[in-house]
Design a protein around this ligand. Sequence first.
Ligand SMILES: C[S@@+](CC[C@H](N)C(=O)[O-])C[C@H]1O[C@@H](n2cnc3c(N)ncnc32)[C@H](O)[C@@H]1O
Ligand SMILES: [Zn+2]
Length: 262
Amino acid sequence: MLICPVRGCQQALAPADHRLLCPRGHSFDVARTGYTNLLQPQDRRSKNPGDTAAAVAARRRLHDRGFTAPLLEAIATLAAPTAHDIVLDAGCGDGFYLGSLAQRLSCQGHGVDISVPAVDAAARRYPSCQWIVANADRQIPYANATFSLVLSITARMNAPEFHRVLRPDGRLLVAIPAPEDFIELRGATRDRVERTVETFRRHFNLLAHHRVTTAADLDPASVLDILLAIYRPLQSTPPTATHVTFSLDLLLFAYGGEGATI
Ligand SMILES: C[S@@+](CC[C@H](N)C(=O)[O-])C[C@H]1O[C@@H](n2cnc3c(N)ncnc32)[C@H](O)[C@@H]1O
Ligand SMILES: [Zn+2]
């Protein structure tokens, strides 16, 4: 259930004539493409926070060319969503992961991202899900225990809020870049698994860790899209075709608390 984001309100939001309305009269327009912007002025640091339209479009093209399909399959296998799940994707971007899972399984999907271009793209592409502009590092605008599955795919890590909005029988899947992710373009990065488990330890128990790795021979346009998607400043010389590795560490957690096991 969506709740009003106005500070100190948090009443339920109900649909009313192309708007969402709380009992105290706070009102939020539903955009023509179907998303709702619940971002409060105090919850953003810039006028256009989050991913730019260019980064969103670049990531979308990479998804559309199929490079990330093996990552989606690995996420689906580990999280094992069913038609009964109510799923939150925190930092959903253009909605590829949540929208694809919801289309496939007919589960209920709710995506939150701070970027208007990202949420707008998600709403256009996957109208059966609910898409919300909000800052997932602050209060996630849903009532306690709304979801049975929370996804965070190379995105936000708000452990207390994920815990609050998750049901006690729910699970959390966190995907983080593995050391070899895009190694050809940015060199090896550090292994973040231990630090990420630590971030969630107070609220969640680790159930499983799986590393998924895939690779593709990319044409220069796709290499450029990766650079845009990972926020790399563009070089003066155009990129050349390259073999590129995609690699994510997937961490599946159960709702829990202190005393987590690895
Ligand atoms: C690396 S992208 C991942 C997008 C998507 N999960 C995917 O894997 O395709 C990170 C996303 O987090 C969003 N983001 C950044 N800060 C955020 C915040 N405070 N709250 C919600 N979303 C945020 C960005 O706009 C962007 O869409
Ligand atoms: Zn309100």
